[in-house]
Design a protein around this ligand. Sequence first.
Ligand SMILES: C[S@@+](CC[C@H](N)C(=O)[O-])C[C@H]1O[C@@H](n2cnc3c(N)ncnc32)[C@H](O)[C@@H]1O
Length: 240
Amino acid sequence: MACELDPLLWRSWENLPEQLRTGTTAFDLAHGSAFFDWHAQDEAAQKRFDDQMNGASKGIGAVVVDKLAFARGTRIMDVGGGNGSFLAQILDRNAETTGTLFELPRGVEDHDPLFERMRSNGRATTQNGSFFEHVPGGADVYLFSRVFHDFDDEAAITILQNTSQSLSGKERLYLIDMMTSAAAADARGSSQDIFMMTQLGGRERTAEEFTELLAKAGFETFSITPTASPVSILEFRLAG
Ligand SMILES: C[S@@+](CC[C@H](N)C(=O)[O-])C[C@H]1O[C@@H](n2cnc3c(N)ncnc32)[C@H](O)[C@@H]1O
């Protein structure tokens, strides 16, 4: 089922006028706690959300993975990587790379089968924690797939600053996210933007907005690659 049709999520919409008045996210007003906190205490809802993300990341992954080539030996950190399906696809396509899935702790860990195979072959590991506390160091490449549209600029900068504190300067940071264009406030782009706002207080961003946001946290933009899927791949490095 598409995320948008989940009753838990569409019930938030009733609180949109209140969100506009008070600034509190509609989901929090409807359900009494923030999106990821709420999901963490409801196993069935968490599983439903992971399945929704997994469905999308399988489709997106197939397109994005083709455009991400990493040398043998590269250590990859997938931050907020869900059930590991995207990381597993990356590892599968890039021989002799290894990866770590960094995620919030969950009551029940239910990883993608390919991820579990990678883990038993010693190519994948997991680390639990919150990127609002810290982001682990020790990787060459940091991936954030569809994480930043969950958050407003202030929260996004906290995540980026926590990331930069763990970097030495040589690492590459990839954001895989839907990009809006300032000109194309089309129906799909703007409905997705409002959807992210009502559920998470998040937002979609243009390429310029991403570049500006990352610059505030000390990163320079290296490349922006559109794909045949709704997401683009944005590459950053710590500014020299
Ligand atoms: C929109 S989902 C994207 C999942 C996956 N990267 C993908 O592309 O399918 C955002 C992910 O960020 C994780 N997340 C949210 N808050 C987090 C936090 N504070 N620390 C670590 N992960 C977090 C969620 O649990 C969720 O799996």
